[in-house]
Write a protein that binds this ligand. Structure first.
Ligand code: CA
Length: 519
């Protein structure tokens, strides 16, 4: 009998066994949650914030005259990437590239009229990839361009958050005049993507500072939707990927008066290089046709007083957007989600505020291709540091997948820069690549061109190739960033740079595949 054999044991051992047995329920209770926990750590949530037309000129980038406390808050908890480059400096091409993890020559999205599913019907987008791996993926505001939503990206339908374009009735009337123009509305209703060029001065004003509440405009609505979504996502078992797209500081520079009041217009400095790059082709820089569509913007060079007003508006629009971002970050903190949430924020491309006597984007210049990128990962070692190596927006997809422990799909044309997080000052990619097309016209000699551009440690080098025959070179641009960081003097045709041009041409033609970093 077991009892008789046990009773033969010495009394002290029996007593210790009894104590152990008595403690068993407690031990089991402690062990149970551990046993129930998954073998791998819980996956982090992702807060993915896109900001339209935000150039890297705000507090985190050293421009402390721009009031951006909430952008800076992400930077303080994370890394500020000083050399992040978009692949094509305009909304739909850059967003399609980032969201698919491929480049414009693969998405075939070089304009605002083509959906990436035309060329890539089965591509797994960034959001879709997270969804396929158990994430709840939700989005609101401007993630894809315009009406080019992509249903497979989301777990629940994407939400539009459109508010008023202007606060003042007279400005709304000016704007509606354009909406009522023949063709525009009917074209929208017919579902045709192809839009006629917006006539000059046909939109509302380029800026406004009316004394109205934040929620008058789209970004206030977007923040409201995001705050509501966070409350719901916090209740879910699965991790979330929440994409929040802010519309400002995109034109028109409309922000409530209190954000304009953060700036003294007398202290706003104008671009020092109000001239075209010397010895560069005419089509290298677009002068800003997009802005001329707004009421009151003249053709030609923008007078200094108007330029100052436009810059004031751009900064006010950043501060307005920043305050809406703050509402989302506050809610993340309030729900105690920040400790397990990766926050990434990207401006979709750069912007010219009078540099090269030009405005807006649509070029291969440093002002257009260098974008804002902030990334915070809970517990990161170098919070608050600047990451100075080259990264590309096409790298965002693999980086987020890598950080979340997801596999990297084979179609990706970027590279995870996760290793940079451990050493932000390390050199990374050898170069960053961008491109921009130009239609055939008198300036191009009738040939449609694609400008392929590359930023290396010392240079920006751009080759304008015939679109139908890449062996034909229409023009070259070479800027030496050591002596000319504003890219004011094209050196490509100087005989003393012949060898350098040959070397850079070979590097550009070798492309992104040859420029990848060694992790
Ligand atoms: Ca944009």
């Amino acid at each position: 009998m077991p009892h008789s054999s046990r009773s033969s044991r010495p009394a002290p051992r029996r007593a210790s066994l009894r104590r152990l047995l008595a403690a068993l329920p407690v031990l089991l209770a402690v062990a149970a949650p551990l046993a129930a926990a998954p073998a791998t750590p819980a996956r982090p949530n992702i807060l993915f914030v896109a900001v339209d037309d935000l150039r890297p000129e705000f507090g985190a980038y050293g421009a402390t005259y721009v009031k951006s406390p909430n952008l800076d808050r992400i930077a303080k908890a994370g890394l500020t990437f000083t050399r992040a480059y978009c692949q094509q400096a305009v909304c739909s091409p850059t967003r399609s590239s980032l969201m698919t993890g491929t480049r414009p020559d693969t998405t075939k999205v070089w304009d605002l009229e083509t959906h990436f599913r035309t060329a890539l019907p089965d591509v797994v987008t960034l959001g879709q990839h997270f969804k396929n791996h158990g994430y709840f993926v939700q989005g609101m505001g401007k993630i894809y361009h315009g009406s080019f939503d992509d249903a497979p990206t989301w777990s629940v339908p994407w939400q539009s958050s459109r508010g008023q374009a202007y606060g003042l009735p007279e400005n709304m009337a000016l704007q509606n005049r354009q909406n009522a123009a023949p063709g525009t509305d009917s074209a929208k209703k017919s579902g045709k993507k192809k839009k006629a060029a917006t006539p000059r001065n046909s939109r509302g004003p380029a800026f406004e500072g009316a004394d109205v509440p934040d929620d008058t405009f789209t970004d206030g609505n977007t923040a409201k939707l995001a705050v509501k979504a966070l409350g719901e996502l916090a209740q879910k078992k699965e991790p979330f990927f929440l994409a929040v797209g802010f519309a400002k500081p995109h034109l028109p520079f409309v922000a409530p008066k209190k954000y304009w009041d953060l700036y003294d217009p007398a202290k706003i400095e104008l671009a020092p290089n109000k001239f075209r790059p010397k010895d560069a082709p005419d089509y290298a820089i677009q002068p800003g046709g997009e802005m001329r569509a707004y009421h009151g913007i003249p053709e030609g060079s923008i007078p200094d007083d108007l330029a100052r007003r436009l810059k004031h508006g751009y900064y006010a629009a950043i501060s307005y957007m920043d305050a809406q971002l703050g509402r989302v970050l506050d809610e993340l903190d309030r729900l105690d989600l920040a400790k397990n949430t990766i926050v990434i924020l990207w401006g979709d491309h750069g912007w010219k505020l009078g540099e090269h006597d030009a405005w807006c984007k649509h070029s291969n210049a440093e002002n257009d291709t260098n974008g804002a990128l902030l990334l915070s990962v809970p517990g990161m070692k170098h919070a608050g540091a600047k990451a100075t190596g080259f990264v590309e927006f096409v790298d965002v997809y693999p980086t987020l997948a890598d950080l979340a422990g997801l596999p990297l799909p084979a179609h990706l044309e970027g590279q995870s820069f996760k290793p940079v997080l451990d050493n932000p000052s390390r050199p990374w990619k050898a170069a960053a690549f961008s491109q921009y097309p130009r239609p055939g016209n008198a300036a191009t000699g009738g040939a449609a061109l694609m400008g392929y551009s590359m930023r290396t440690e010392h240079y920006r080098f751009t080759a304008w190739l015939h679109r139908n025959d890449h062996s034909k070179v229409a023009a070259l641009e070479l800027y030496d960033h050591r002596s000319d960081p504003q890219e004011n003097q094209n050196l490509a045709d100087r005989p003393e740079h012949r060898d350098l041009v040959a070397r850079l041409t070979a590097q550009l033609r070798a492309g992104w595949q040859a420029a990848r970093a060694t992790p």
